[in-house]
Design a protein around this ligand. Sequence first.
Ligand code: FAD
Length: 318
Amino acid sequence: MAEVLVVVEATREFGVKKVTLELLTLARELGSPAAVVLGGPGAVAALADKLGEYGAETIYAAEHEEIDGHLVAPKATVLAELVRRVQPAAVLLASSQEGKEIAARLAVKLDNGVLTDVVGLAADGTATQVAFAGSTIVTSKVTRGLPLVTLRPNSVTPSPAPATPAVEQLDVVLGEADRLTRVVERVAEQKGSRPELTEASVVVSGGRGVGNADNFKLVEELADLLGGAVGASRAAVDSGFYPHQFQVGQTGKTVSPQLYVALGISGAIQHRAGMQTSKTIVAVNKDAEAPIFELADFGVVGDLFKVVPQAAEEIRKR
Ligand code: FAD
């Protein structure tokens, strides 16, 4: 069975990202899953067990200061070399900022088609893809080269299938074009106890209707009760209510949780682009005509300052 390459995403704090486990689960439907770790020296050691637990039969490891020390260009170069050599059945990446950039560069290097923001992939390579800022769902197929696909987080339910992966070290041979940008500093994001926004299975977001930064405590409180992450609309971010890294939408992050709660958010197309593939959407808005209600599975027409404390109270009782 041909290999399916899964490009691994991981954080120093939490290890392998959930989206990578989703990709490995999906890869098992398409062929023999092989994880590709592109990182600094020693990167594989912390990740191998988890990758094996979700079915990676091989781990291709490119562990090198230069992979870690530059932006994505070296990763695309190493990956292109690997694809040329092993001729996989498909290459799967996360639809993250980095995943999409690697995929785009890889497509150019291989003269291959690429599909981004995929939410489903059939064994014959037919993808379900979200297009035009989320307003259209299309099925599409790469017609030039192999299926090169980036998958939106939370599109697949990860399931373990233990394997004992063989680790193969890759040569890292870079050119000048790979060294045009360099990482000069890393600043760790302020980490609380909440899950990462794009990985969370519950997201509670606040909009302009929340009113000010202080009131966002209400959004945070509900998120914490539900074990979720906090998001914000662009209007809330631009008004200084909440930091930009939590913005959901076309120019923010794309989320696809099991439950998305929109508080005081009107539901503009640019916001919907980042959240409309959420499995269940709950909206609280005092305007019954707000477009968010066209999308919501459950809607409460009411003042969020009354509705949210009542909901929180109810959740605390259970
Ligand atoms: P509003 O549209 O002002 O809505 C506030 C809502 O709160 C209203 O529906 C109101 O009825 C309700 N409300 C007020 N008080 C209460 C209360 N007490 N209780 C209950 N409900 C209440 N937006 C994004 O979110 N993400 C993006 O990534 C993004 N990218 C963009 C990119 C471009 C190129 C452009 C042009 C725009 C983008 N926008 C984005 C902005 C988008 O068009 C909207 O302006 C924005 O989403 C509106 O945010 P909002 O819903 O919080 O505010």
